[in-house]
Design a protein around this ligand. Structure first.
Ligand SMILES: Cc1cc2nc3c(=O)[nH]c(=O)nc-3n(C[C@H](O)[C@H](O)[C@H](O)COP(=O)(O)O)c2cc1C
Length: 175
């Protein structure tokens, strides 16, 4: 079937339960390639990725935050999306686009993902970004935006349909 981006966007849903199966390196490389192809303001490319495929470390990352972490419970792979705050004042926007590109590439590969927010979130002890920085040895000048949990889907989520598209959010000409 011909590739259609809107079909892919309708199909993509957050997946929070994954099969045990590890991700082949070839698939991981495709996800990272998608992230690296994302545009960035002034082409400054402040975004970097840390790929984790070891369950112990993934569980340590899960402990960095106290809510919204179900996706890390079973994910065989986690991609931590960070941005160099000294390189760009809009690293958050750049990192968000890169994270989304990874999610869409994963969907196209038949994989599931969920975005797990770290910036502005907390563990029971400290802010989640600081905790992740400690676990992964990330230098202080990097902001930690999110972790994309990724793997083979082990839950069924319905695609979006036309009724889910809220056209009341769109204004033409003026608000
Ligand atoms: C900025 C952002 C932060 C999110 N944070 C979390 C999170 O911490 N944990 C989680 O399970 N899902 C998180 N999500 C996923 C959203 O809950 C999900 O995208 C939303 O409910 C819509 O569902 P869908 O992805 O299936 O379309 C986040 C999504 C975005 C865009």
């Amino acid at each position: 079937m011909e590739f259609n981006l809107l079909d892919l966007l309708m199909k993509r849903r957050s997946i929070r339960v994954f099969k045990k199966e590890k991700l082949e390196n070839e698939l991981i490389q495709k996800l990272i390639k998608a992230g690296l192809l994302a545009p960035s303001s002034k082409n400054k490319k402040p975004v970097e990725f840390i790929v984790i495929d070891d369950r112990d470390t993934i569980l340590k990352l899960k402990a960095c935050k106290n809510k919204g972490i179900i996706g890390l419970e079973t994910a065989p792979c986690a991609i931590v999306v960070i941005g160099d705050r000294e390189k760009s004042d809009v690293w958050i926007e750049d990192a968000s686009i890169a994270a989304s590109y990874i999610q869409l590439e994963a969907e196209d590969l038949g994989l599931g993902t969920v975005w797990i927010q770290m910036r502005k979130r907390f563990s029971d002890f400290d802010n989640a970004e600081t905790e992740v920085r400690k676990v992964l040895n990330i230098p202080e000048n990097y902001g930690v935006l999110c972790i994309i949990a990724v793997g083979y889907k082990n839950e069924i989520r319905n695609s979006y349909n036309e009724n889910d598209i809220d056209n009341s959010k769109v204004h033409y000409g003026k608000y």
